[in-house]
Every structure is written in structure tokens, then in C-alpha cells.
Design a protein around this ligand. Structure first.
Ligand SMILES: [Zn+2]
Length: 238
């Protein structure tokens, strides 16, 4: 099947299938892309991985009449404005939890920052989408050795839980602010998970990332997309 992916800025993406829309971490999207897509009447789910301002924003409440469910990381419960979301349409996920309805199945994983990562399966076709949220190897090169080691250990511990994960599309941070360490997390991730398409995110204001030599294990090159401007889109088949 074909999936249309539209970049909404930072870690925000719209994933459009034949019968469904999945919105992830839409915190600020000036073009009205999501509103227009919702007019299609497709079954729609809106995800937010955690409460940080650059992942969750109350403007998505305006989508409520056309949304089947809001699916949020557990920490959003305490975010400003969270109470305004309709209780009967809002699901909060703890880490390592499963939730499903007739259309989708969702597993949540832990983050190395706040909230969760999501693995979403569209049941009818078995299409699987992974959105990492802020799960990443946050290796800030300016930090002292101990802090960097803690970040590495935390990341590798969570990564174990993703071993063998299969995803047609995986959204993962490749953050330009990390400089020489920016692709470390994504590189480790694609070594343990079976990813068919890798979409880089969380790198606003940096040039489009290109995988460095040695990024891919031998024989495992996969398509990569690193959008830089809100509204950019791409169709992939999976
Ligand atoms: Zn973030």
C-alpha cells in the first residue's frame, strides 16, 4: 500500500493511508495540513508522545470532532490544557502498554527523555509505524564523561526492548544539535529493529541529514528521508 507522509515540523508528521490518518506530535503546523486532511473523513488518530511544548500543543483539540482517539504519553495528563480533551476520546499510555480498538493496535515503549514511543499497527493491512518521540541516544559532546555514559546506558537499556521490532516506517530523532553524535541513536536503532523506511526528525534549522559512511550495516541500506520544511511530503510504498 501507499503511505503519504507529510512533515509538520520538529517531530510532527501526518501519515495518510487509503483509509486512515495518523498524526504524530503536531505542536505547530502553520499550513493547516492536518485540518485539510481531516476533511477527507478518514478514520483518524492523533498521537502525542510527551508533554514537551515542541511535541504537544493544545491546538490539536480543535480536531476533536473528526478524531477517533487521541493517544497520549502518560505525562501529558498533567500538561496545561490536557483536561480539555474529551475523556471518552483520550487514551493515556504508560510505558510498555498495549491498547487497541477495531482499527489499530498500539504498543508504547519507554523514552530516554519524557513520555513514550509508539508502535502503531493499522490492523487491516498490518502496516506498522514507529514514532520514537524523544527516545534517543542524547550524547551531548559538551557534557562530562559520567553524564555521557549515563545517557548511553539509558539508551542501550531501552533499545533492548526494541530488538526485533518491525516497522514499515520509523520516525527517529537525528538532531543536528548533537553535532558529531547526531546519528548515533538512529544508527543503533536500525541495527536492532527491522525498519523499511527511516524518517529523520527533531532537527529544526539544520540542513537535511545524509547518513554518513558506515551508518548502515553492510547490505542493509534502507530509504531515508530527512525533511527540513513544514509541508514537505513524500509517498512511500510498503
Ligand atoms: Zn523534543
Amino acid at each position: 500500500m501507499n503511505l503519504k507522509l507529510t512533515y509538520l515540523i520538529n517531530s510532527g508528521f501526518l501519515v495518510e493511508g487509503e483509509d486512515f490518518l495518523l498524526v504524530f506530535d503536531d505542536y505547530r503546523e502553520p499550513e493547516g495540513t492536518v485540518e485539510r486532511a481531516l476533511e477527507s473523513g478518514k478514520t483518524s488518530y492523533v498521537f502525542a508522545s510527551h508533554a514537551h511544548f515542541d511535541h504537544f500543543d493544545r491546538h490539536i483539540l480543535a480536531f476533536a470532532p473528526r478524531v477517533s482517539r487521541y493517544i497520549f504519553g502518560y505525562d501529558i495528563r498533567h500538561a496545561p490544557g490536557a483536561r480539555d480533551f474529551p475523556a471518552d476520546k483520550t487514551v493515556y499510555m504508560e510505558t510498555y502498554q498495549d491498547w487497541e480498538d477495531e482499527h489499530i493496535a498500539v504498543c508504547s515503549f519507554d523514552s530516554t527523555d519524557a513520555g513514550v514511543s509508539f508502535l502503531v499497527t493499522w490492523k487491516e493491512t498490518g502496516t506498522k509505524i514507529f514514532h520514537a518521540g524523544d527516545f534517543n541516544w542524547w550524547d551531548w559532546t559538551g557534557e562530562d564523561d559520567r553524564t555521557r555514559r549515563l545517557a548511553e546506558n539509558g539508551f542501550k537499556k531501552q533499545l533492548k526492548r526494541l530488538e526485533g521490532l518491525e516497522a514499515d516506517v520509523a520516525f527517529f530523532p537525528v538532531d543536528g544539535r548533537l553535532g558529531p553524535s547526531m546519528e548515533k541513536g538512529a544508527r543503533e536503532f536500525i541495527r536492532v529493529a527491522e525498519v523499511k523506511n527511516l524518517i529523520a526528525m527533531h532537527s529544526v534549522g539544520f540542513p537535511a541529514w545524509k547518513p554518513s559512511e558506515g551508518f548502515f550495516p553492510e547490505g542493509a541500506r534502507i530509504p531515508v528521508w530527512a525533511p527540513t520544511s513544514a509541508g514537505e511530503s513524500r509517498v512511500i510504498s510498503c
